[in-house]
Design a protein around this ligand. Structure first.
Ligand code: MG
Length: 371
């Protein structure tokens, strides 16, 4: 492994696992976390969960799984450049979306709405619930028994009320300290990945156009650079050459800005890196450029009427499933029928569904003539 900076997370400064586990013999603790995540059931489900485009809309759009792999790839590159723990950022990235419902954010919003009065539903916390509790793979404990630092990285944000219930994982929200630099990197890698692949998928779907994107500074700058370097280039190659330049400038800017923040604050160890302002970040210029791109995608892609039609259908499926199961829990598979906190178990069941499983389950419950 590359040499780690003094403020990187290591096996030596890790707060360890909740249940005793023999140390791995030929892997680091964080490689083991990553391996456990890749072998989990929740990870395999990511393949059939929506990122923005519903899985059956086309084979080439990102799914939660390919999004997750892109995040991990970007995050590792950044971590290595900064002398941070690459295995840890890989583990956090691969786990960061495990708790997502079917149908992307529409599904999560609907489930959260259904769970009002029952503690709400939040996908970060659901990811944690999966790795701490819901995965059934080991004889000696529930969940995957991951290290504190991987679990901490999964809980990107949470309300103070929820933080109080999280014990040691919630502490940083109460005393306003920062997560590890590795966890901070994963948040930015997530943002870099989705902004760029949503441009790509948006163009591929035809819901947004190159002309519209001319209004976004970052895109306009690089598409014109590509056109100057390769006159006459069009189609997929033009798009990809532009997107790879956008990813590159974002990653380079993040690495350089973070390195200079670190240089200014000179944290001597992990504990010091958690104090004060977050050290991982973009320059002001690139932060603004990212915001502009986000606003563009929001207005032109996520709010596109064809996307909204799917969103509204997805919300209906999730809330109708929830009401049907909660009003008659006998309709649930037996392992989801419980004596207390039935609503949380219904949420676990629905959140775990892939898009197509949710649609099938909805047909089984509501369509006359289906079994
Ligand atoms: Mg994500």
């Amino acid at each position: 492994m590359h040499e780690l900076a003094p403020y990187a997370v290591t096996t030596a400064n890790s707060r360890g696992r909740r249940h005793n586990d023999e140390p791995p013999s030929h892997r680091s603790e964080f490689q083991r976390d990553r391996d456990r995540i890749v072998h989990s059931t929740a990870f395999r489900r990511l393949e059939y969960k929506t990122q923005v485009f519903v899985n059956h809309e086309g084979d080439l759009f990102r799914t939660r799984l390919t999004h997750t792999l892109e995040v991990a790839q970007i995050a590792r590159g950044i971590a290595r450049a900064l002398g941070l723990n690459e295995d840890l950022v890989e583990a956090i990235s691969l786990a960061h979306d495990l708790g997502h419902t079917p149908f992307g954010h529409a599904g999560q919003d609907a489930l959260n709405e259904c769970m009002q009065g029952h503690g709400g539903f939040e996908h970060n916390l659901q990811s944690l619930r999966i790795v701490d509790l819901l995965e059934e793979r080991y004889a000696a404990f529930d969940g995957l028994n991951l290290t504190f630092e991987t679990r901490e990285g999964i809980v990107k944000h949470c309300s103070l009320e929820n933080a109080r219930q999280l014990g040691e994982l919630g502490e940083r929200f109460m005393n306003r300290t920062q997560p590890t630099l590795e966890a901070q990197i994963c948040n930015f890698a997530d943002e870099i990945a989705y902004n760029n692949h949503d441009v790509d998928d948006g163009l591929r779907s035809g819901l947004i156009s190159l002309e519209q994107l001319q209004d976004v500074n970052l895109f306009a700058r690089y598409v014109s650079e590509v056109r100057t370097a390769y006159p006459g280039l069009g189609g997929r190659r033009l798009v990809h050459e532009t997107i790879r330049r956008m990813i590159n400038i974002l990653v380079c800017d993040l690495v350089e800005t973070t390195a200079s923040n670190i240089d200014r604050h000179k944290p001597k160890d992990l504990a010091e890196a958690r104090l004060g302002e977050p050290l991982v970040g973009f320059s002001e210029e690139l932060r603004d450029a990212q915001r502009e791109m986000k606003r563009f995608l929001h207005k032109n892609l996520y709010q596109h009427f064809q996307v909204l039609r799917m969103t509204s259908k997805a919300q209906r499926i999730v809330s109708e499933l929830f009401s049907a199961f909660l009003s008659d829990p006998r309709l649930l598979p037996p392992q989801y029928q419980v004596d207390s906190d039935q609503s949380r178990r219904v949420a676990d069941y629905i959140a775990g569904m892939t898009d197509r499983y949710a649609m099938k389950e909805h047909r089984r419950l509501f369509a006359v003539g289906e079994i």
